[in-house]
Write a new protein. Structure first.
Length: 449
């Protein structure tokens, strides 16, 4: 990982048509949850299609530190022998979650209602991100936390010895916070209730049900009210992780903006709480179709067929933000290649991701000749039409995988090459990105190559 090694720059050049099939890795959100829920079950969970990116590998390591046995067979099947709800052991060492906000927040939730103490840390990006959104609700269960100023990692959590159930309205749209509270609620007696004003990704609720917990969700005037019955015995599962729509977003977007492209991206999870980008791209005029639509392991899945398209800028409805929150960086690249302006409002959560994604995209796009307007909660990109972005700049990845991949896609369609200062972080979610895009026809150049 680049955060622990030297920066690895990479330049993307205007590329010929992208053609072929793009087999993207497994879903990151579902991969983290598979390992954690497997560790909280009694028996052996088997997982195929797990994302073997650094974020998820760090969660696997953490689950071992809490007492689960996690192994991988030579043919890529992962097994987790769980310790049961309330069975976490106290880790002997600091838990390093690397770059992963999802990993650390979900694990903090899961351990916070057991009588154990654990210290968490991460890379420079993760240690700068707010953890108060987790320590606030877990303190209601009875856990204590001792972190750096501003609620930052490194942080020690002392789990509640006698947890009480909680009713908690999540103050921001965040599946990580919702999931941390539900995972904490697993080892509290009685009913834990989480209320979210806007629906966020619902993998935790679906998977808890799959693992045998009693969870219900109800739409009310307050929002979505999720009720969990505490202290279940979770039953081990066999999980086939669908491929990640947030990773599919990159070959899909690149094909839309690189002239003459025609790409198939098979087996993509299309859970409605994740698929907002594809709706938005179609509204912009994308030639994007879903083939072979089906259900797999309770999640809707389809093959995405995408062809180069002349796109128009649109106003993205703010209420769609939770279903495409990780896709705004790559959408802003698509928007730069559309005609007219694209307005993205209600996106201030982007400021507390792996980087401040509004600032990272605005500065990099500006360096490449694109006009941007922004405020705390808004990003507006003035499109330059297909292939119209001048490029010819070096952009900063800021330890953020999605920023790095977005600027490489920009370079594939720009008039002049676009360099990314460090592509190391891409390994957190999409370790095969360079090869996969190269096989489709993307032209990359390493320094001194
Ligand atoms: C995730 C939730 C989102 C998303 C992240 C994965 C999850 O974060 O950005 O990449 O797996 O629950 P927030 O909950 O902070 O919005």
């Amino acid at each position: 990982m680049s955060s622990h090694g030297p920066a690895r720059p990479l330049t993307a050049k205007r590329s010929g048509p992208l053609k072929g099939e793009a087999h993207v890795p497994g879903d990151k959100s579902i991969s983290h949850r598979s390992l954690i829920l497997g560790a909280l079950s009694v028996g052996t969970t088997e997982i195929t299609g797990l994302l073997e990116g650094q974020d998820v590998l760090d969660t696997a390591k953490a689950m071992r530190a809490f007492g689960a046995t996690v192994t991988r067979s030579d043919d890529g099947v992962w097994t987790v022998q769980g310790v049961g709800v309330g069975g976490f052991a106290e880790p002997e060492n600091v838990i390093d979650c690397g770059n992963s906000g999802t990993g650390v927040r979900l694990i903090m939730g899961a351990m916070s209602t057991s009588p154990i103490t654990a210290t968490f840390t991460g890379d420079a990006s993760l240690n700068g991100r707010p953890m108060g959104r987790i320590t606030d609700p877990i303190s209601l269960f009875g856990a204590q936390s001792y972190g750096r100023q501003g609620g930052r990692l490194p942080m020690t959590i002392v789990g509640a010895a006698e947890p009480v159930p909680v009713r908690y309205a999540v103050p921001m749209p965040s599946a990580q916070v919702k999931s941390a509270v539900l995972f904490a609620g697993l080892n509290a007696p009685g009913q834990t209730v989480v209320i979210e004003k806007e629906a966020t990704r619902d993998h935790t609720e679906r998977m808890l049900t799959g693992f045998g917990a009693q969870v219900s969700a109800e739409e009310t005037s307050e929002g979505r009210v999720i009720t969990l019955h505490g202290q279940p015995e979770l039953k081990p599962q066999t999980i086939a992780v669908p491929r990640d729509p947030s990773s599919a977003a990159f070959p899909v977007a690149a094909a839309l903006i690189v002239e003459g492209s025609d790409v198939l991206v098979p087996n993509i999870g299309l859970n409605p709480t994740r698929a907002g980008l594809f709706t938005t791209l179609r509204e912009m005029g994308a030639d994007l179709t879903f083939e072979n639509e089906r259900l797999e392991g309770g999640e809707p899945v389809a093959d995405l067929r995408v062809r180069f398209s002349t796109l128009k800028g649109i106003e993205v409805p703010p209420e769609r933000a939770p279903s495409m929150i990780d896709e705004y960086p790559i959408l802003s690249v698509v928007a730069a290649n559309a005609e007219g302006k694209t307005v993205m409002r209600g996106v201030k959560e982007l400021r507390v991701k792996e980087s401040d994604r509004i600032d990272a995209m605005a500065r990099g796009l500006e360096a490449c000749g694109v006009t941007i307007e922004e405020d705390e909660d808004t990003l507006i990109v003035h499109g330059m039409g297909p292939g119209g972005v001048p490029g010819g700049a070096t952009t900063e990845a800021r330890l953020d995988h999605r920023i790095a991949m977005s600027f490489l896609c920009l370079g594939m369609a720009a008039k002049n090459p676009v360099k990314v200062d460090d592509v190391g972080p891409i390994a957190t979610s999409f370790p095969i990105f360079e090869t996969l895009m190269g096989d489709l026809g993307a032209q990359f150049q390493r320094d001194n190559a």
